[in-house]
Design a protein around this ligand. Structure first.
Ligand code: ATP
Length: 245
């Protein structure tokens, strides 16, 4: 569903992501873990076609994001780390706007809005302008907007930030449902307990380089994700200290 091959992104002299290769197949919830500045957002944005890159290729369902970005965008939904929605629209106008862009039929959009707005307890607020929403409400609206065209691949950047425990629980269920129905999800998070329980596979990135990836069982063995992550981060810090001496 998502093939990232030798993806490299530089900002001027700085290499933010260095020859990253990851493959995400249908049915998988794939977690992307790394310290602040590791390169997660850069990778996710490149997968959406929002960010150009220097080397490598990214394919969504076999289609190149650089050669055919529009075809890729039809298959993708992206939830950025900060839900920057049109503040002057009401919630329902925003959802209809997104549904119009993706050509979702009236029947499908009605059913999906009813289902997901109900699930996330947002139905009664849909008539209010987005400018009046709390951060968590905006996040919920962004999630509903992402689901409205039934995308094959959902890319999420720290989707649980700002969600209350019930909404976070519901989002995890929606993510599982989506993948059980043949979709795929690639998402970043700093909440390691959630990643450990929810993900089928996990990738750990440090300073733009992939340091571990695979099924939870393969990556963790008998340790917790927190232990593995701390150990890999510590090794990295020691390596940097050695290099600087
Ligand atoms: P966080 O967990 O803090 O969100 P991240 O893993 O998502 O971090 P990125 O935002 O991908 O990290 O950043 C990777 C690296 O690229 C960082 O060193 C960052 O400073 C750098 N970077 C990101 N965007 C730009 C930019 N527009 N210009 C220059 N450098 C950038």
């Amino acid at each position: 569903m998502l093939q990232i091959n030798e993806f490299t992104k530089r900002y001027g002299e700085k290499t933010a992501v260095d020859h990253l290769t990851l493959h995400i197949t249908p049915g998988e919830i794939y977690g992307f873990i790394g310290h602040n500045g590791a390169g997660k957002t850069t990778t996710l944005k490149a997968c959406t076609g929002l960010l150009s890159f220097d080397e490598g290729e990214i394919l969504v369902d076999g289609v190149s994001v650089t050669a055919d970005p529009l075809e890729c965008k039809k298959k993708i939904a992206y939830i950025p780390d900060n839900p920057d929605l049109y503040e002057f629209l009401t919630g329902i106008k925003y959802l209809n706007f997104v549904a119009d862009i993706y050509g979702v039929t009236a029947e499908d959009r009605r059913a999906r809005i009813e289902k997901y707005a109900g699930l996330f307890s947002l139905t009664e607020d849909l008539g209010q302008p987005v400018s009046s929403y709390s951060h968590g409400m905006k996040q919920k609206l962004a999630v509903i907007g992402a689901l409205i065209h039934a995308p094959k691949l959902i890319l999420m950047d720290e989707p649980f930030v700002g969600l209350d425990p019930i909404a976070a629980h519901n989002l995890k269920q929606v993510m599982r449902e989506h993948c059980d129905a043949g979709g795929a999800i690639f998402f970043s998070t700093h909440v390691l307990e959630v990643a450990e329980k929810l993900c089928d596979k996990v990738a750990i990135i440090r300073r733009g380089q992939l340091v571990a990836h695979g099924t939870m069982e393969d990556v963790l063995g008998t340790a917790s994700l927190e232990q593995v992550f701390l150990e890999l981060s510590q090794n990295g810090a020691e390596a940097v200290a050695d290099a600087e001496m």
